[in-house]
Design a protein around this ligand. Structure first.
Ligand SMILES: Nc1ncnc2c1ncn2[C@@H]1O[C@H](COP(=O)(O)OP(=O)(O)OP(=O)(O)O)[C@@H](O)[C@H]1O
Length: 296
């Protein structure tokens, strides 16, 4: 017996370049089988956060199911973070980093069942210069790739692939990062500085094997060099990462500064070029449905 009555499905019609019609039908059917009410919101890219907030308040939504990519999940989570609502996820973006981390399976039927189940964890939320992050943010070469992808017309995984070489050619790496945390200061050179609540990028690269998204701690990841073999190891889920490739600093608060400004992304969305990022954590802020055998 599930403990919700009003379910809002938020669908991003363009994410991942895939149709969400089947997902919508299955969620609606499953909601009705639970004797709950089904509501639908399709994002437009304009005013979505305000409209979702309004709907949640007016309809007293107590379960929100999101069919979209990481950008959509981030937008919805930010909009409803202060409401008493739990969240279910149907991965429907091009990368699906958060869903990969939460071990949401590939089959739609299972995704819908999990999204409407009572098995939830309480996810930490990171605040980066007042913006929220649920999974992984970074400064450097990956954010440059996302910026180039967002400026191109081709969506989906192929769109990212097409931007890889031009990004590497144009990038101004290595960058210099100044990290202040727990009263200490580090200066590091690298190609990318990650701020991680979770283990993996949407590609499956396990860059933060010790990280847990619900332990009240986040990790600063300094990627010191671009090395194909090191990257391959993270893709193979190897838990031992060479410290000459990647240095990990676990913490609960930090300030990162860099000069000149460096490309910055949060949960797969390009934010802009930044010189200072203040990072804090709100432990166990967001209730999210996960598989029963989820093991971070
Ligand atoms: N109807 C719409 N038309 C155009 N853009 C939209 C619409 N709805 C949402 N968006 C935009 O979609 C983006 C979010 O996409 P999202 O990140 O969910 O998918 P993705 O980029 O395909 O996947 P991923 O983040 O997993 O790579 C936001 O920039 C948002 O403004």
């Amino acid at each position: 017996m599930v403990n919700f009555k009003e379910v809002l499905l938020v669908v991003n019609p363009i994410s991942g370049d895939i149709s969400k019609d089947k997902a919508q039908r299955q969620v609606e059917q499953e909601v009705k089988q639970h004797n709950a009410h089904f509501h639908l919101y399709k994002t437009t890219g304009e005013n979505d956060a305000e409209e979702i907030k309004e709907l949640v308040k007016e309809r007293e939504i107590d379960r929100l199911v999101i069919a979209g990519g990481d950008g959509t999940i981030n937008l919805v989570a930010d909009a409803v973070k202060d409401f008493d609502v739990s969240i279910g996820l149907i991965p429907a973006g091009s990368a699906n980093g958060l869903c990969t981390n939460l071990q949401i399976p590939q089959q739609l039927e299972q995704q819908v069942q999990i999204a409407l189940s009572d098995h939830c964890i309480e996810l930490d939320m990171l605040c980066l210069n007042e913006k929220i992050c649920l999974h992984l943010s970074d400064l450097g070469i990956n954010a440059e790739l996302i910026r180039n992808y967002e400026g191109s017309n081709i969506r989906g995984k192929f769109g990212y692939l097409l931007q890889t070489i031009p990004t590497l050619i144009k990038s101004e790496y290595p960058f210099e990062f100044r990290i202040e945390t727990d009263g200490k200061e580090f200066v590091r050179e690298g190609v990318l500085l990650g701020i991680a609540n979770a283990n993996k990028y949407g590609t499956g690269a396990n860059v933060n094997p010790e990280g847990k998204p619900n332990d009240g701690i986040f990790e600063i990841l300094v990627f010191k060099r671009l090395n194909f073999f090191d990257i391959l190891k993270t893709l193979r889920n190897e838990s031992r990462i060479d410290p000459e490739f990647l240095e990990t600093i676990p913490t609960t608060e930090a300030t990162i500064t860099c000069k000149p400004p460096i490309s910055f992304q949060i949960d797969g969305e390009f934010i802009g070029k930044e010189t200072k990022i203040d990072v804090s954590i709100i432990p166990q802020k967001l209730k999210v449905a996960v598989p029963v055998n989820y093991n971070p």
